[in-house]
Design a protein around this ligand. Structure first.
Ligand code: RAM
Length: 918
C-alpha cells in the first residue's frame, strides 16, 4: 500500500523527513516500521493493528529487552512526544514483531502517527523515524455513497460465451469552496477500476481491485488525494472494467461459472477543510457516464480493444461538457461485506526489453521477449487515424515460427489498438493481462523496431525477500524459472496459470508451494487474504471447494486441494508469525475436517479423493495423465494420509488456542487414522505401502504414520523406486510436495540434489534445458496434448524451493517467524557453493558457503533480536574457526555439542565467518 503514501500531503511529508534518525549511543538503530506487515498503510480495516520493527546495529548478539511505542493523532504531537492515542511506556519484552496496538479505541478515519524506541542488551536506540497508518471506514454506516452502474449492455456489447463489454466512464464535476486540509477517497470499482482526479490518475495500482466472491466480500481502497484537489472547480472520473465481475465466459455451462453482473462502483470522497468543516462527494445519480469510449471491450481471456479515435479529451477535468453522457443509474449493491483491502495492490513490477523481432510475412511480425511472463506489451507507434494494430500473445512458437496457441484453449488473447493519428502514441491495455513470451504484431504502420516495445510485468506488489544462487547453472536456471512462475501467477489471488481460458485460484497448486514462495516473496498478506476467500467459499455444511474464490464451481470433496486452507495458515504462522489466520479460521477448518470425516470416513479411512497424485510423469509422452495404474497412487491412501497430517496441524492449532478438548480429539484422530492406514496399506513382509509408488511410501513416512521400526525399510523402498527411475522424479503434484525434504531428511540429500539438478526427462532441469523460462504444468509439457498444458504453472515445484532455502541453504525457523533459526546446510558432493539471503521479520539472514576439497567456508548473518543454532560440518569442535580464531576463544559463540559430523554452535545476531580446513 505504498502507493497510498505517495500522496501524503506536502506538509506532512516535510514534518516526516525533518524527524531524522540518530542513534542514542551510535550503535542501535531502528528501521522498517510496519503496520499489519505493510509500510504506512492507509485505510486499514482494523482498530487493533499489529506493529513490527527491525533493530539495526553493528555489534553482535543484540537482543531487545524493552520497547516503548508512541502513537499520536498528529505528526506535531508525535514530534513533541505526546502519544495521545497510545503511550505504551516502557514495556519489558523481547518481542519486536506483531505487537498489537493497545491504545485508545480507534474510530473510522483515525490518522495514527507512530514511532518506537528500544532498549537492548547492547544499548538504547533513539526514537525511530515516524511511520503512520490510518483506519478506513470501519462501520457500514460510514458509507454515504450509493452504488452506481448500468445493468445492461449496449448495441456493441455481447453477453454470449465470449463476452464483450466496453469499459464504462463515470464522471462528475464539483466545487470546493474553502481551503483544503485533507482529502481521502474510498473506492470500490467492480470488477476493475481506474480513478482520476483533475486529469491525473490516482495511485500506481493496476488491475485494481482485489478479486473476491463479491457476494461475500467487497474490498475498498483508500487514497490520500489531498494533493490532487484545489479550491474551486474539480472533476473526478472513474473507468470501470470487467475483471471477474462481468465474467469472461458467461453462460458457459460445463464449468458452471459464477456470474455477478455488470460493472458498478461505490465512491466516497471526503474533504476536510482547514476550518474543521467537511464536504463529502459520493457516487450517486448526479454522476454521468458513457460506455461509448475508447475501451471497446476488455476480457481477461480474450484481450482488450482500444479505439483511440473515441477518446474524449478532458473528460476527467472540470469544465468538460458531459451533457451527451447518460445519467448514472443507482443499482443494487453486490451483496458482499465492505472490507478494507489489506493485501498489496497489483502494479507494474518490472519491465522487459524484447530480444528479437522477426518478420513472418508482409504485415506480420513476431516479437520475442526472451522470458515467459504475465502482464502486457506497451507499444509506441506513429501512424494515421484509424490504423489498426492487432497483438496476439503466446508462450511458444510453432516450428514455422508462427504463434503456438493450441494450449490456450479458447482464450483469444488478442489486443487491438486503433490509432488516433498524428503524433507518436503509446499504449498498453489496462483491464486485461496476458501470459506470454511471444507477441504477433500485425497492422503496425511502418517497420516495428525492438525499441518500440516493452514487456510490462504485472503482479501483486510483494517485495522480493529471498535470493538463492548455487554453483550449479541448471539449478540456478530452475530457480529463475520458479521465480518467474511465482510472480506470473500472483493476481490478487494465486492463479494456476496466466494464459489460457482458466487462470483460476486452484487450492491444491499452492498447498506447499506457498511455503517455498514465502522464501522468495513477502506474501503474508496475500495469502491471508486468500484464506478469507477460502473461508467465504465454504458451504453451510462445511464443504470447501477446490477453487476459491469459487469462480468455477468445484466442490468435489477431497483432502488434498481444500486441505491447503490448513497448510497455508500454518505457513503464515511459521514464516511470518501471523497467528491471526489460525484464530480467525480455526472454526471453519474444524468444520471442514468434521464434514469430511462424517461424510467420507469409513473405519478411519477417508474414502473420497478427486485428483490422485495429479500429473505424474505418464507412461507415454503425449499423455496428460498416466493410465498405467502402477504409476498412480491410490486416492484413498492419499486422502487418508492427508487427513492424518492435517489432524496433526489441527491439534497444534487447538493447542495454540487453548482448546484442550480439541487437542485430545485430534490427537486421538491421528492415532486411529494412522493405525487404520498401516493396517490397510502397509505390507509387513516387504515394508511397502500399497502399490509401492514413491508417493504411497513417502506420505506415511514423512507424515509420521510409519512406525519408527519400519522407517528405514520404507525409506529404502523409496530410494529403490527412485533408483529404478534412474534417479528421476516419478511423483505428481501431491508426492512432490514432500519429496525433496523427505529424501533429504531421511539421509539422502545427495539424491534430492540429483533430482533437483537432473536435466533429462522428467525433471525441472529438463524443462529448463528445453528452453523453458518458467515451470511447466506437466513434466512432459513439450510433448503432451495441448488440452491441459500450460507453460507457466508452479504446482510441480512441490517443496523444491522450500528445500532450497531450508536445506540447501540451511535457513529454517524453529518457532514462529524466525526468532530462532536452525542453520544446517546440507553438505552435498557436487554442490560447491550456495549464496542465499532471506529477509525475515527481524532483518536479513544470510547463508553463503563454499565447500571445496580443502575447506568449508561459511558466511552467516543473523539479524538483531534473533538467534541461531548453526551446524558446521566438522569432525571436532576444535577444527572450527570463526574469523580466523578458534571457537573456544570467542566469547559470544557457545559450543553446544558435536552431532552427526557437525559442530553445533549457538550464536546471536551479527556476521560470522566460519571455516573448517579439511
Ligand atoms: C487444472 C490445472 C490446475 C489444477 C486442476 C486440478 O485445471 O492444472 O492447476 O489444480 O486442474
Amino acid at each position: 500500500m505504498k502507493r497510498l503514501f505517495a500522496h501524503i500531503s506536502l506538509a506532512t511529508a516535510v514534518i516526516l523527513t525533518c524527524l531524522g534518525n540518530c542513534y542514542a549511543d551510535g550503535r542501535i538503530g531502528l528501521q522498517n516500521l510496519k503496520c499489519e506487515m505493510l509500510n504506512d498503510p492507509l485505510g486499514i480495516g482494523t482498530g487493533k493493528p499489529r506493529l513490527s520493527w527491525q533493530i539495526t546495529g553493528d555489534v553482535r548478539n543484540i537482543n531487545q529487552v524493552a520497547y516503548q511505542i508512541l502513537v499520536a493523532s498528529t505528526p506535531e504531537k508525535l514530534t513533541s512526544g505526546q502519544g495521545d492515542l497510545w503511550d505504551s511506556h516502557k514495556i519489558n519484552s523481547a518481542e519486536s514483531i506483531m505487537i498489537s496496538y493497545a491504545g485508545k479505541p480507534l474510530e473510522s478515519r483515525a490518522a495514527c502517527y507512530w514511532k518506537v524506541r528500544v532498549w537492548t542488551n547492547k544499548g538504547v536506540s533513539n526514537w525511530s523515524k515516524p511511520a503512520l497508518w490510518s483506519t478506513g471506514l470501519l462501520h457500514p454506516t460510514d458509507w454515504k455513497a450509493k452504488w452506481i452502474g448500468c445493468d445492461r449492455g449496449f448495441s456493441w456489447d455481447s453477453v454470449s460465451k465470449f463476452s464483450r463489454l466496453s469499459a464504462r466512464y463515470y464522471r462528475r464535476g464539483f466545487s470546493l469552496n474553502k481551503t483544503i486540509k485533507r482529502a481521502t477517497a474510498y473506492i470500490v470499482g467492480l470488477g476493475h477500476y481506474e480513478l482520476y482526479i483533475n486529469g491525473q490518475m490516482i495511485g500506481d495500482q493496476v488491475l485494481a481491485q482485489a478479486p473476491t466472491d463479491y457476494t461475500e466480500s467487497v474490498k475498498y481502497n483508500t487514497f490520500d488525494v489531498t494533493a490532487y484537489l484545489k479550491q474551486g472547480n474539480n472533476a473526478i472520473g472513474t473507468v470501470l472494467g470487467n475483471g471477474r465481475y462481468f465474467t469472461m465466459r458467461p453462460k458457459y455451462k460445463p464449468k458452471k461459472i459464477k456470474e455477478f453482473g455488470f460493472p458498478k462502483m461505490l465512491l466516497q470522497l471526503e474533504v476536510e477543510y482547514t476550518d474543521g468543516t467537511k464536504q463529502t462527494i459520493v457516487s450517486d445519480d448526479n454522476w454521468h457516464f458513457t460506455a461509448d469510449g475508447p475501451i471497446r471491450t476488455n476480457n481477461e481471456y480474450d484481450g482488450e480493444e482500444y479505439d483511440a479515435t473515441k477518446e474524449f479529451a478532458g473528460w476527467d477535468q472540470p469544465g468538460f461538457n458531459d451533457s451527451q453522457w447518460l445519467k448514472a443509474e443507482l443499482v443494487q449493491a453486490p451483496g458482499g461485506k465492505l472490507d478494507a483491502q489489506m493485501n498489496e495492490p497489483i502494479r507494474v513490477m518490472d519491465t522487459i526489453k524484447p530480444v528479437s523481432i522477426n518478420q513472418l510475412n508482409k504485415d506480420v511480425w513476431i516479437l520475442d521477449l526472451g522470458q515467459n511472463m504475465a502482464g502486457w506489451l506497451q507499444m509506441r507507434v506513429k501512424g494515421n487515424r484509424g490504423d489498426k494494430i492487432t497483438l496476439r500473445y503466446a508462450e511458444t512458437l510453432q516450428p514455422n515460427n508462427e504463434l503456438y496457441i493450441a494450449n490456450l484453449r479458447d482464450a483469444k488473447v488478442t489486443d487491438v489498438y486503433m490509432l488516433k493519428g498524428g503524433a507518436e502514441e503509446t499504449w498498453h491495455p489496462v483491464f486485461v493481462y496476458h501470459g506470454f513470451r511471444y507477441v504477433e504484431i500485425s497492422g503496425y504502420p511502418g517497420k516495428p523496431e525492438l525499441a518500440d516495445f516493452e514487456g510490462q510485468v504485472v503482479y501483486d506488489a510483494l517485495p522480493t525477500i529471498g535470493r538463492f544462487e548455487t554453483s550449479n547453472a541448471i539449478v540456478n536456471k530452475i530457480y529463475h524459472n520458479a521465480y518467474w512462475g511465482m510472480l506470473s501467477n500472483y493476481k490478487g489471488m494465486p492463479v494456476d496459470c496466466p494464459q489460457r481460458n482458466e487462470r483460476m485460484p486452484w487450492l491444491g497448486d499452492r498447498a506447499v508451494g506457498s511455503l517455498g514462495e514465502s522464501f522468495v516473496f513477502a506474501n503474508g498478506n496475500f495469502y491471508a487474504k486468500w484464506l478469507d476467500d477460502i473461508a467465504q467459499s465454504q458451504k453451510p455444511d462445511g464443504a470447501i471447494p477446490d477453487v476459491a474464490p469459487a469462480y468455477w464451481n468445484y466442490y468435489s470433496d477431497n483432502m488434498t486441494w481444500p486441505g491447503t486452507y490448513i497448510l497455508v495458515a500454518d505457513m503464515l504462522y511459521r514464516q511470518f508469525a501471523d497467528k491471526a489466520p489460525i484464530e480467525k479460521h480455526y472454526a471453519s477448518m474444524k468444520k471442514w475436517m468434521d464434514y469430511m470425516r462424517v461424510k467420507y470416513m469409513k473405519n478411519n479411512i477417508v474414502t473420497k479423493d478427486k485428483y490422485g497424485d495429479w500429473c505424474v510423469p505418464p507412461e507415454s509422452l503425449e499423455l496428460i495423465h498416466a493410465k498405467d495404474s502402477s504409476l498412480n497412487t491410490d486416492g484413498q491412501l492419499i486422502a487418508t494420509a492427508y487427513y492424518y497430517h492435517l489432524s496433526g496441524l489441527m491439534e497444534k492449532f487447538a493447542g495454540m488456542l487453548h482448546k484442550s478438548a480439541d487437542v485430545k480429539f485430534f490427537a486421538a484422530m491421528q492415532q486411529n487414522v494412522g493405525k487404520a492406514f498401516n493396517d490397510k496399506y502397509f505390507d509387513k513382509s516387504t515394508s511397502k505401502y500399497s502399490n509401492n509408488t514413491v508417493t504411497a511410501n513417502l506420505l506415511p513416512l514423512y507424515f509420521g504414520i510409519t512406525s519408527s521400526a519400519n522407517k528405514q525399510a520404507v525409506f529404502r523402498n523409496i530410494v529403490a523406486k527412485i533408483n529404478e527411475a534412474h534417479d528421476h522424479i516419478s511423483t505428481g503434484v501431491v508426492g512432490t510436495q514432500w519429496l525433496m525434504r523427505g529424501i533429504a531428511e531421511f539421509g539422502r540429500p545427495d539424491l534430492a540434489w540429483k533430482i533437483a539438478s537432473n536435466t533429462s526427462y522428467p525433471s525441472w532441469g529438463y524443462m529448463a534445458d528445453r528452453g523453458a523460462t518458467t515451470i511447466w504444468e506437466l513434466w512432459n509439457g513439450d510433448t503432451a496434448n495441448p488440452a491441459m498444458n500450460s507453460r507457466n504453472h508452479i504446482m510441480l515445484l512441490g517443496d523444491l524451493i522450500a528445500w532450497f532455502y531450508q536445506d540447501a541453504a540451511g535457513i529454517k525457523t524453529v518457532n514462529a517467524g524466525f526468532k530462532q533459526l536452525v542453520m544446517e546446510p546440507a553438505i552435498i558432493n557436487g554442490l560447491n557453493s550456495v549464496n542465499a539471503s532471506y529477509q525475515t521479520a527481524y532483518g536479513t539472514v544470510k547463508s553463503n558457503y563454499t565447500n571445496t576439497k580443502s575447506s568449508f567456508n561459511w558466511h552467516v548473518t543473523v539479524p538483531p533480536n534473533s538467534s541461531a543454532l548453526v551446524y558446521v560440518p566438522a569432525k571436532y569442535m576444535d577444527e572450527v574457526t570463526e574469523g580466523g580464531k578458534k571457537i573456544s576463544a570467542i566469547k559470544e559463540i557457545k559450543a553446544i555439542k558435536m552431532e552427526n559430523g557437525r559442530a553445533v554452535l549457538s550464536i546471536g545476531s551479527g556476521d560470522y565467518d566460519f571455516e573448517v580446513k579439511y
